[in-house]
Design a protein around this ligand. Structure first.
Ligand SMILES: [Zn+2]
Length: 130
C-alpha cells in the first residue's frame, strides 16, 4: 500500500496519480497530438504539448462509511475488483495521514480515519478516460 498516491516533482507539481494499492499510474502527463512551433531566443523550436489525462485503467471504488458518507479512493482496473472493506480502510488511513501532512487538521484526519467502511458499492470509470 502506498503512503501517498500523488507523485510530485521536485518543485511540487503533480506528475502522476497512482493506484493506492499497487502504485500503477492511473493519470498523468501524456503527449498531445498538437505540436506547436515556438520561438525561443530567435530560434524556432517544435514543442509537443502535454496534457494531464486520466488513463484507461483509472477506477474509483465507491464505498459507504458508517456515517453514511461516501469515500471513493482511486485505484487501477486490476486492483478495483479485489478491493474489500479492509483494503479501503487501510487506504483511508494512509490518505488521512497524507492529508494531515498537507495541512488538514490532525484531529479532523484522525476522526475521519476512525470511520468504518460498511460496504464497497461499485467501481466507476472516469468519464473522459482514454
Ligand atoms: Zn492497482
Amino acid at each position: 500500500m502506498l503512503r501517498d498516491n500523488v507523485k510530485r516533482n521536485e518543485i511540487g507539481q503533480v506528475e502522476a496519480i497512482l493506484c493506492w494499492m499497487c502504485g500503477t499510474t492511473v493519470a498523468g502527463w501524456t503527449d498531445d497530438n498538437i505540436a506547436e512551433v515556438r520561438s525561443v531566443n530567435n530560434q524556432q523550436q517544435m514543442v509537443v504539448r502535454q496534457k494531464f489525462r486520466v488513463l484507461a485503467n483509472y477506477r474509483k471504488v465507491q464505498t459507504t462509511l458508517d456515517t453514511g458518507e461516501l469515500y471513493s479512493p482511486i485505484v487501477c482496473a486490476k486492483c478495483a475488483p479485489r478491493c474489500g472493506c479492509a483494503d479501503i480502510k487501510a487506504i483511508m488511513a494512509n490518505d488521512m495521514d497524507v492529508q494531515a501532512k498537507q495541512g488538514l487538521k490532525r484531529e479532523v484526519a484522525a476522526e475521519f480515519a476512525k470511520k468504518r467502511v460498511v460496504s464497497v458499492d461499485r467501481v466507476v470509470k472516469s468519464q473522459g478516460a482514454e
